[in-house]
Design a protein around this ligand. Structure first.
Ligand code: DND
Length: 248
């Protein structure tokens, strides 16, 4: 597969006229954005390492799309993620391509290369500022996270500035107490805007998928078949620790 498969720039309103603009990757967000800027659209951003992407991520994104009436969800695979310094992460191209495969059939899901093409450690604040520049002040930016991440965003780089740029949508995830997280934020008097969202409980994690592959157990029905096939084709996760597999 070419690594420059087409993705779709953010386009028209769901249920309305579809004005999506196809563009080549590398400028997946930037090109076509001129038609979007200043239109007040609601953009969901599903940031993740996606090593690998699985149905938990996809269900959370779909629920956010519907429950918060978003125009689109932009999947944003991280380049060099700050939170994963303790372990080897699969190459950005592998993670990006698996994300494209997993989301390809959904016209409301798009994938961006913005973070994986940025050098240095990937910080969410830089991404949100770049998206704000592209989509303009009227656009609503909604950063979708699992409930576990809600505990952690106060420790992210320039957390207070993030609070100015985006609203968080926190998805329930098995084992995490969403209300407790929200109350903790309220008590710390941060300015974070956090919306809570119930999603079907899918006790799936990327860690478990990697461990399953390493111990030769099945990952079918935990992630789309296309991702299962990609992992198999490239020998990802077989050793149980990185670096993984062949080059894409
Ligand atoms: P993860 O490495 O947790 O992604 O990164 C999530 C986002 O946080 C990325 O965009 C990072 O760049 C950003 N971040 C992290 C740390 C510091 C900073 C930024 C900073 O700027 O300083 P995963 O691939 O592990 O998971 C992606 C998302 O999906 C996460 O929000 C996770 O909680 C969620 N998730 C689930 N949600 C519902 N059901 C499940 C889930 N499994 C994962 N089963």
């Amino acid at each position: 597969m070419r690594s420059d498969v087409a993705v779709v720039a953010v386009g028209g309103l769901r249920g309305g006229t579809d004005t999506r603009v196809r563009s080549d990757v590398g400028s997946s967000v930037g090109r076509g954005a001129g038609s979007c800027a200043g239109s007040g659209r609601r953009l969901g951003i599903m940031g993740g390492t996606f090593d690998p992407i699985h149905f938990g991520h996809l269900v959370a994104a779909e629920e956010a799309l519907v429950q918060f009436n978003l125009n689109t969800v932009l999947f944003m695979p991280t380049g060099a993620p700050p939170a994963k310094a303790h372990r080897q992460v699969s190459s950005a191209e592998h993670r990006y391509l698996m994300t494209v495969l997993a989301t390809a059939a959904n016209p409301d899901f798009n994938v961006s290369r913005m973070e994986i093409d940025r050098s240095g450690t990937t910080y969410t604040i830089d991404t949100l500022h770049a998206l704000r520049d592209i989509y303009g002040p009227a656009a609503g930016l909604f950063f979708i996270t699992g409930a576990d991440a809600v505990w952690e965003i106060v420790a992210w780089k320039d957390a207070e500035k993030i609070a100015d740029v985006a609203t968080f949508i926190a998805a329930t995830r098995p084992g995490y107490d969403l209300e407790a997280a929200r109350k903790a934020h309220l008590e710390t008097e941060t300015r974070f805007k956090i919306e809570c969202m119930e999603v079907p409980a899918l006790a799936i994690s990327s860690t478990e998928l990697r461990e399953r592959v390493a111990s030769q157990r099945s990952i079918r029905y935990l992630t789309p078949n296309s991702v299962v096939a990609y992992i198999d084709k490239h020998g990802l996760y077989r050793s149980g620790h990185g670096p993984y597999g062949t080059q894409p």
